[in-house]
Every structure is written in structure tokens, then in C-alpha cells.
Design a protein around this ligand. Structure first.
Ligand code: XMP
Length: 320
């Protein structure tokens, strides 16, 4: 794609011009936007870039390992992987309210990130994966809706507090263009085509109940099976987002000759163009039956599977 190659060269020149000999810090989340920003800035300024991956322990199966192996091992980027799962899970202990969970995770995330930024002696610039729709949205928010449905996760206040300027090389791009740029930079397809994943991670997919390591393990396994089946069916790219929710209810079942009393889980899959509205995905029943069978057979702790047929509105995509 020659236009994207040209955009890449221009973007690299602009970054070099803006940053000079300065140091840049970038928060990696494993998502598409921050991954592309990191790879692009690294190509422009190499070791002047340090990436920080704050691992809250609420990522999907194998995701943290993948971030480290791609960025540190393959791209040779200076990457700090802060495994803060004990800290996050400790702070979340006993917490069940969705907004309280979101705010706790968001605040702690900034604390850990800031601590790492200080540890490396600070930076002149903070890199962010702001896209064109984000730029538009923040303008149209003036006089926009005043009701907060869910508090979102961002680094609000940090650049000013640490006296850093922003580097936002994706400001002119839409999501599909960011993906094309990512491919141009040699990021793995799997990473570039990835479904959106919320900042608070799996914490908001264990709704209405305390988050524990045991529940996280069960949820991660079920989620991996569901996504594997979706990929095998060739549906991953048709679907905007798909995930499993571990429900705060146990139900009675029968396994072989014995009674089981385990968690129920819900499967969610939606189509959407921007996440603002969404339709549930009309899987065929044979597919759902296959996923349910695998989850119940392979995930100790789950004995019942349901499918969420709510669209947005009136539902939201995530359960919390
Ligand atoms: P909802 O659940 O509000 O989600 O319909 C819309 C989209 O936003 C994602 N989401 C988040 N993304 N930080 C994020 O970066 C968050 O706190 C957050 N909460 C929800 C959600 O996964 C969906 O794609």
C-alpha cells in the first residue's frame, strides 16, 4: 500500500522534527492504537523511546507474554513490564460496584505509570494513540451529553503534572488506517486486527461480584476457547468484539453421575462500526452449542453457558 508507506515516512519525519534529541515515554496496552504508536515512534527515534506496560493482571490469556515478546524481543524496544497484578487485585479485593472498580483501576494505573516514568528519570514527551474520531469527539463533547454512563480510563492530568508535551502521530487517522499503518510497520496481523479491549480489562467482565485470581483463571480459559472457535469459524473479523462474562451465580448441573454446582457464564458478540451502537451477532445454534460444550468440558468451574442477545442501546457492549 503505497499511500500508507508515504504516510509512514511523513509521520516519521514529523516525529523526528518534534522530538529532536528529547526522550519519549509511551504507555503500551497491547491494543492496536498504542502498539502502532510505539512501533512508529521507535522506527523514528529508536532508543529515545521507552515503553511502559502496566500489567494489572486483568488481561486475557497469553496477552502480556505476547506484548513482551513482540515489543522487547522482536522490535527491540526499551520496554518496562511492570507486573502490578498483586497491587491491583489487592486494591480491588471485596469491591463489587462497577464505577468503583473502574475508578480504582484508572487511578492506580496512572500512579504506577507515573512511578515508572519517574524511575527512568522522566521524559520530555508522552506518546498517545489519539485517533481522528477522538479528536472530533472531544470537540463535540462541548454541550454534548452530560450523563456519564461509564467512566473511561485515560491518563488525564499526567502530561501537565510531569511537564511533558504530547506526541500524537495518529491524530489524522481512522481505525482502519491505523491498522494499515500497523501492517506497514510489520506488526503481527493478530495484533493489528485485534478486537477492542477495555482499559479496566477482565475486572468488568466479572460483574457484581468480587474479583479473585480463581475467577480470573476460569474466565481467561473460557474466553480463550470462545475466541478460538470464533477464529476457526472465520468470524473474528466480521465481529466487532466478542468475549465471555463470568456471572455472579452458581447453578446446579449434572456431570457423569454426580451433581455439580458451578458458575454460569455468558457469551457476548456484537457487530458495530464505532462502538456507539451495536447489534448482537446472530450465530447459528450449532456454533453456540459447540462453544458451550467445550467451555463446560474444559473449564473447571463453569457448568452453564448462555448467549447475550441484547443490542446497544439499550444494553451497553460490556456488562459493567
Ligand atoms: P460500552 O460497554 O460502553 O463500550 O458499550 C463501548 C466500547 O468501549 C469499550 N470500553 C472501554 N474502552 N476504556 C476503554 O479503553 C474503558 O474504560 C472502556 N469501557 C468500555 C468497550 O469494550 C467497547 O468496545
Amino acid at each position: 500500500n503505497w499511500t500508507m508507506a508515504a504516510f509512514k515516512d511523513q509521520a516519521i519525519a514529523k516525529i523526528r522534527q518534534q522530538v529532536g534529541k528529547g526522550r519519549v515515554i509511551c504507555g503500551l496496552s497491547g491494543g492496536v492504537d498504542s502498539s502502532v504508536v510505539a512501533a512508529l515512534i521507535h522506527e523514528a527515534i529508536g532508543d529515545q523511546l521507552t515503553c511502559v506496560y502496566v500489567d494489572h493482571g486483568l488481561m486475557r490469556l497469553g496477552e502480556s507474554e505476547q506484548v513482551v515478546s513482540v515489543f522487547r524481543d522482536r522490535f527491540n524496544i526499551n520496554l518496562i513490564h511492570n507486573d502490578a497484578s498483586d497491587l491491583f487485585l489487592g486494591r480491588l479485593a471485596g469491591m463489587t460496584d462497577p464505577e468503583q472498580k473502574r475508578k480504582t483501576i484508572g487511578a492506580l494505573f496512572i500512579d504506577v505509570f507515573e512511578e515508572e516514568a519517574k524511575r527512568i528519570g522522566g521524559a520530555d514527551f508522552l506518546a498517545q494513540g489519539t485517533l481522528y474520531p477522538d479528536v472530533i469527539e472531544s470537540v463535540s463533547f462541548i454541550g454534548g451529553p452530560s450523563v456519564t454512563i461509564k467512566s473511561h480510563h485515560n491518563v488525564g492530568g499526567l502530561p501537565e503534572r510531569m511537564n511533558m508535551k504530547l506526541v500524537e502521530p495518529l491524530r489524522e487517522l481512522f481505525k482502519d488506517e491505523v491498522r494499515a499503518l500497523g501492517r506497514e510497520l510489520g506488526l503481527p496481523d493478530e495484533m493489528v486486527g485485534r478486537h477492542p479491549f477495555p482499559g479496566p480489562g477482565l475486572a468488568i467482565r466479572i460483574p457484581g461480584q468480587e474479583i479473585t485470581r480463581d475467577k480470573l483463571e476460569i474466565l481467561k480459559k473460557a474466553d480463550a476457547i470462545y475466541l478460538e472457535e470464533i477464529r476457526n469459524a472465520g468470524l473474528y473479523d466480521v465481529i466487532w468484539q466478542a468475549f465471555t462474562v463470568l456471572l455472579p451465580v452458581r447453578t446446579v448441573g449434572v456431570m457423569g453421575d454426580s451433581r455439580s454446582y458451578d458458575y454460569a457464564c455468558a457469551l457476548r458478540a456484537v457487530t458495530s462500526t464505532d462502538g456507539m451502537t451495536a447489534d448482537f451477532y446472530p450465530f447459528d445454534m450449532a456454533f453456540l452449542g459447540r462453544v458451550a460444550n467445550r467451555i463446560i468440558n474444559e473449564c473447571k468451574g463453569i457448568n452453564r453457558v448462555t448467549y447475550d442477545v441484547t443490542s446497544k442501546p439499550p444494553g451497553t457492549i460490556e456488562w459493567e
